[in-house]
Write a protein that binds this ligand. Sequence first.
Ligand code: BTN
Length: 223
Amino acid sequence: MTEGFELLDRDRIAAGCGGGLGRNVLVYRETASTNDLATQLAEHGEAEGMVVFAERQTAGRGQFGRKWVSADGAGLWFSLLLRPRWPTTEWKRITSLVAVSVSQALEAETGLAMRIKPPNDLYIGIRKVVGVLTEARTGRAPFAVVGIGVNVNQLQEDFPLELQASATSLRIEKGVWIEREAVAVAILRELNARYSPDALPDGAVDEAFRALSQRPICGNFAA
Ligand code: BTN
């Protein structure tokens, strides 16, 4: 994995996304799970827009309590703190907004065609490249933490044996080393273009979600 490895820089990422989500960026060298860290900070009153990255997670989680393998510096492991002023019945739309935004950002950065496997996985061909885990707390000061895991610079042999047939990375698909910070900034910018705490996502998000979910499984390059 080592090729052009560089630690993520919080100031460069925050400057790149120009406010909104990512106005406050934290980068940890290691944590158990960025979703847990973001949840703790949210419970202590942290404002919407904070994004927590970790170079390595020791207990990265996926849906249904599955383990999310988060090797040191190989991908983007991060969580967003959202406090939408939407009716809570609409919060389920957060995951589709995120899936569409991440797909569009990755396609623009790499030229690789993404396919959404509802509700929250992104695939390239038959292999998973991104997972999204949204966890919400209701009550007096409700919030949602959206965890995003993007496999960026792993080679196939960097994945545990049991994942080698089902997981991929942007580097494997593209055949070149990928600059993680540029990908992180592109994702946050796409999210900022679609997300507002004061307005529900528009119909274009639902339409894009449908189109990206119905993509055929073959074909690696975006049209
Ligand atoms: C899934 O595929 O089931 C969702 C995977 C979500 C992984 C990300 S990595 C950053 C954040 N922290 C976690 O512990 N999980 C999410």
